[in-house]
Design a protein around this ligand. Structure first.
Ligand code: UD1
Ligand code: MG
Length: 433
């Protein structure tokens, strides 16, 4: 449902209340930057999207360009024209209708913006009522007609009591912006040019300003790390509900974290306490309690409880048990039931990895590969010093350190010191009790 509306996203502010060295719009929710979520939804509606940048401009632009290639970036002269009104000075939207979104509203969805398209007014602004309006601009109404927006820092004690607040999304006729943005003044508590002052100026000139009642669940502004955590809960609820509706079984879903970008196929089960991140794909698998899976592919397998699949792991038809860590490895038709580190490895069908097996993939300078063929039996507590290739049908005795670089098909590898037993040594050492 692309429309003939241009979208401007304000993302140039410092975000001082975040108390962070990172630009506010780059803080993440469900693994993706706030600004990413907003642009993603905006693209469903419009082909003309401008993002206003200034603070940490290079970082913001580079990150967004890694996802989207058709966004216009506009630089705000934040030194001379700070504030949301200053941010609008250099934008040149193509269409006659312009939707302006604050860059700190990551919960908006294309559907929730629907009400802003019927632009019979000169301005449509957005309001909601909050028990605790702290941080928001207060909307001063006269019998349901908007008079003005007063920022918290400029509000009188009686204005501060107003619980109707400005959500921070506006649809303007382009002509309205062209007329009033140059007329804004910075005579206020923050010495900033407020976009919100356009409302009262337009009202005084008799223009039609309407207020759309919106919900906090979609229009919450993120100013602090507390807001960020609350928004995360809402986003997680959305992501998990969508996957459950698509057929995924989740046990105690409120304890599960699934990032934007994760996909499921077939029927999978995710038990409580799991964390699944990046571009992970889970297909017809069972992820048991408290496992962590990052940027991996898991098909027809069971993983955990308490297993860790690090990036670039590809697991198919495989059993991964508790306390097994896998990194950048491919396991197909394998059993690795307990307590192992399998890094930079390729392991083939029918192979059993005994408890305590470690691929020694790093010599302190470089990383090396371990290749294990079909039907290999790796005994418990084996160390595979990489680079190493174990051919098909090999048996490795428990406690072996494989340093040979290669073990040939069909052989047994065993490295052990001969067991010595000394009768009654215990009693000689500790004495009899
Ligand atoms: C703003 C509104 C307030 C509203 C609230 C809703 C103004 C003056 N106030 O306040 O009425 O209730 O949003 O969430 O608009 N930005 C720039 N350049 C700047 C300053 C800010 O691009 O110079 C961007 C920020 O990156 C941010 C957005 O504008 O994404 C809003 O800025 P913020 O400082 O969060 O405004 P609020 O104080 O929340
Ligand atoms: Mg804000």
């Amino acid at each position: 449902m692309k429309s003939d509306i241009s979208i401007v996203i304000l993302a140039a502010g410092k975000g001082s209340r975040m108390k962070s060295p990172k630009a506010k719009v780059l803080h993440t929710i469900s693994g993706k930057e706030m600004l990413y979520h907003i642009i993603k939804e905006s693209k469903k509606i419009s082909d003309d999207i401008s993002v206003v940048v200034a603070h940490q401009k290079e970082a913001v632009v580079a990150k967004m360009q890694s996802y989207f290639d058709d966004i216009h970036f506009v630089t705000q002269d934040a030194e001379n024209f700070p504030g949301t009104g200053g941010a609008m000075k250099n934008v040149a939207p193509k269409n006659d209708k312009v939707l302006v979104l604050n860059g700190d509203m990551p919960l908006i969805t294309a559907e929730s913006l629907g009400g802003f398209f019927t632009l019979e007014s000169d301005i449509i602004m957005s309001i909601f009522d909050l028990e605790n309006p702290d941080g928001y601009g207060r909307v001063i109404l006269d019998e349901n007609r908007v008079i003005k927006i007063v920022e918290q820092k400029d509000a009188t004690p009686s204005e501060l009591k107003t619980t109707t607040v400005n959500a921070g999304i506006y649809a303007f006729k382009k002509s309205v912006l062209e007329k009033y943005i140059p007329l804004l003044s910075n005579a206020n508590a923050q010495n900033e040019y407020y976009l919100t002052d356009v409302i009262s100026m337009a009202r005084e000139d008799g223009l039609k300003v309407s207020a759309l009642l919106v919900d906090e669940e979609h229009f919450k502004g993120i100013n602090s790390k507390l807001d960020l955590a609350r928004a995360e809960e809402i986003m997680q609820e959305r992501i998990k509900s969508a996957w459950m509706n698509a057929g995924v079984i989740m046990q105690l879903p409120q304890t599960i974290y699934i990032e934007e970008g994760v996909t499921f196929e077939g029927e999978s089960i995710v038990e409580n306490g799991c964390r699944i991140t990046g571009n992970t794909l889970i297909a017809s698998s069972h992820i048991k309690a408290h496992s962590v899976i990052e940027d991996s592919i898991v098909k027809d397998s069971d993983v955990g409880p308490l297993a860790h699949l690090r990036p670039a792991s590809h697991i198919e038809g495989t059993h991964i048990g508790n306390f097994v860590e896998v990194k950048k490895s491919s396991l197909k038709g394998v059993k690795a039931g307990h307590l192992s580190y399998l890094g930079d490895a390729i392991i083939d069908e029918g192979t059993n990895i005994g408890a305590g097996t470690i691929t020694c993939n790093y010599d302190g300078v470089k990383k090396y590969q371990t290749i294990i063929g079909k039907n290999v039996f790796v005994g418990s507590d084996t160390q595979l010093v990489a680079p190493v290739t174990i051919e098909d049908d090999v048996m490795i005795a428990a406690g072996t350190t494989v340093t040979s670089g290669k073990v040939e098909k069909g052989s047994l590898a065993i490295s052990r010191t001969k067991l010595k037993t000394i009768t009654d040594y215990y009693y000689r050492f500790f004495g009899k009790k």
